[in-house]
Structure formats: structure tokens, C-alpha cells
Design a protein around this ligand. Structure first.
Ligand code: CP
Length: 305
């Protein structure tokens, strides 16, 4: 049984296996000949926060592999959490019904608490502003597919870095590969937590922080934009003050390398101008599709199949 709680749990050899497996899944999906490796398995998806991609791609992945799905969306209201049930009790119950349990929760650290009582594999589908490891893995797969390498890349993260859980899962994965340098591009109000920066410094990770989205664009192989996460702000006013500070516009494309890619975990609101979508370097819809193949691979990984 293998939980997927944090990107930090993966060694490089695990990452290579997952990427290889996802490639097989992609090939099988495209040929229409998918091995039903999860036949007779039940996958539970319980989401205490909204989701389009993560929940529906996990459910699609499960169906494609022959599993059946039990699902609770809007679980803060539609599950017994509404009546005050603890995540530990909910987890125990889900483990008594399903073979693998996928959970999204607004509170950082919830999956670690759930893992203490789980007797079936748990998958973290995002816990607050903490981590989103399956997103990190599909991002890694996307970069490998687009650039044909995971080394010697300049990767810029732009926008709300404070609240981005996808950054906090992708950076630990990419730093396992040599020669990568990170550029953290955000207004002061949305900068990365200082303890995250201190940890990078202490471990000799190459990075720069900048208050400008534009300055470093010519150097980047990957620009990873993030949404300003309204739901994590204490009030509307503090959100409104920062929501439009970092917008990637069509005019910025000319400053980027011809083979650079623009990524975004989605949903995007206005942080990327809509005209950018049609540029071949806009990789975010391809990235979301890759989520299906990677999550098929991850369901097999969790079940040790
Ligand atoms: N990227 C991502 O987690 O999207 P959803 O919130 O739609 O699942």
C-alpha cells in the first residue's frame, strides 16, 4: 500500500517509473486498448473543496482502468463533515468501502492526519495551501513531454506564490534534477513563505526572487503562472488589492524563447490574457489532459499494480 501525500516522498527512481507508466497509459488511451488493471476495485473521491480537473480526471482514470467510483463533491456540506465528523472517522469509513481514497481538503496537513488511521492507500488531491502532489507529478510529466528533458531548465513561477500548493509540490520534484534554476516572480504580498525560501537556501537550490513578471521572461524555458487564490484571503478588499498585479499578456510572448512553454494548473481567471491561449507555447490545456494519464499511473502506483 502506497499513500501519495507529499511530493517530498518521491525518490528520482519513483519519478522515472511514474513517468514511464504515464507514457504507457497515454499510449493505451490513444490506441483505445486500455488494460483493465483496476477491475473489481473501488476508488473513493471525496472533495471538501471545489474541483474540475483533479476530481474528474481521477474518476475518468478509475473508469478507464475498469474500477468503479464512489464520490462526494462539496463534501463540507454533503458529507457528515457537515455534522461535525472528524476527518479521521471519515477516512476510517471510506477505507472500509473503497480500495483507494482520494481526498481534497482546505486545511493544510489534513492528509497527514488521515494517513495515520488509513488502512487503504490515500491520495492527496490538494490540502489547503500546502501541497498538490498529483498536480506536481503531472506538471513534471508535461515538462518532460514538452522539453524532452527535466534538467538544465529555467523555471519561472508567477503570481500568487504564497498560496500556490502546486508550486510547493513541483519545486521539490524538479530540484531532484541537475541544473534547474527557479525564478519566483510575485508582488511582495504574494511572495513565497520565508521558511520555504530558507529551506531552498540551506540546501543550495539555485533560485532568484523578483517583483517583476517581465524582467526574467527572456531567460525562461517554463513560465508557470498561478491564480490569485481568492478563497485563501481573509476578505474581499485584501484580494482586490493584489488580484490584477501580475497578468501575462499577449505582448509578453515576444519576449519569450521560441521553445518556452507557459503552464498553469488551472482554473485561470484573468492572470493570462485569453489571446495567449492560441499561441503554441501555451501548454496549459495539454497539461490538464496529461493529468488523466498521470492519475491512471498513480492509481496503479498506489495499489502497487
Ligand atoms: N489544477 C487543479 O487542481 O484543478 P481543479 O481545482 O479543477 O481540480
Amino acid at each position: 500500500m502506497k499513500n501519495i501525500i507529499s511530493a517530498n516522498q518521491f525518490k528520482k527512481e519513483d519519478l522515472e517509473k511514474i513517468i514511464t507508466r504515464a507514457k504507457v497509459m497515454e499510449k493505451e488511451c490513444k490506441s483505445g486498448k486500455i488494460k483493465k488493471l483496476l477491475k473489481d476495485k473501488i476508488v473513493a473521491c471525496i472533495f471538501f473543496e471545489p474541483s474540475t480537473r483533479t476530481r474528474l480526471s481521477f474518476e475518468t482514470a478509475a473508469f478507464k482502468l475498469g474500477a468503479q467510483v464512489i464520490s462526494a463533491e462539496n463534501a463540507m456540506e454533503n458529507s457528515s463533515a457537515y455534522k461535525g465528523e472528524t476527518i479521521e472517522d471519515t477516512t476510517k469509513i471510506l477505507c472500509s468501502y473503497a480500495d483507494v481514497v482520494v481526498i481534497r481538503h482546505p486545511k493544510a496537513g489534513t492528509l497527514e492526519a488521515a494517513a495515520k488511521v488509513a488502512i487503504k492507500p490515500l491520495i492527496n488531491a490538494g490540502d489547503g495551501a500546502n501541497e498538490h502532489p498529483t498536480q506536481g507529478l503531472l506538471d513534471l510529466y508535461t515538462i518532460k513531454k514538452e522539453h524532452k528533458r527535466l534538467t538544465n531548465l529555467n523555471i519561472g513561477f508567477g503570481g500568487d506564490l504564497l498560496n500556490s500548493r502546486t508550486l510547493k509540490s513541483l519545486v521539490p520534484l524538479l530540484r531532484q534534477y541537475s541544473g534547474n534554476k527557479f525564478y519566483f516572480l510575485s508582488p511582495k504580498e504574494l511572495e513565497l513563505p520565508r521558511e520555504f525560501i530558507r529551506e531552498l537556501k540551506n540546501n543550495g537550490v539555485l533560485f532568484e526572487e523578483s517583483r517583476s513578471l517581465e524582467e526574467k521572461l527572456p531567460e525562461l524555458d517554463v513560465l508557470y503562472m498561478t491564480r490569485v487564490q481568492k478563497e485563501r484571503f481573509p476578505d474581499e478588499d485584501s484580494y482586490n488589492k493584489v488580484k490584477d498585479l501580475f497578468i501575462f499578456r499577449k505582448k509578453h510572448l515576444k519576449n519569450m524563447k521560441k521553445d518556452a512553454i507557459i503552464m498553469h494548473p488551472l482554473p485561470k481567471i484573468n492572470e493570462i490574457e485569453i489571446e495567449v491561449d492560441s499561441d503554441p507555447r501555451a501548454a496549459y490545456f495539454r497539461q490538464a489532459q496529461n493529468g488523466l494519464y498521470v492519475r491512471m499511473a498513480l492509481l496503479c502506483y498506489a495499489l502497487e499494480l
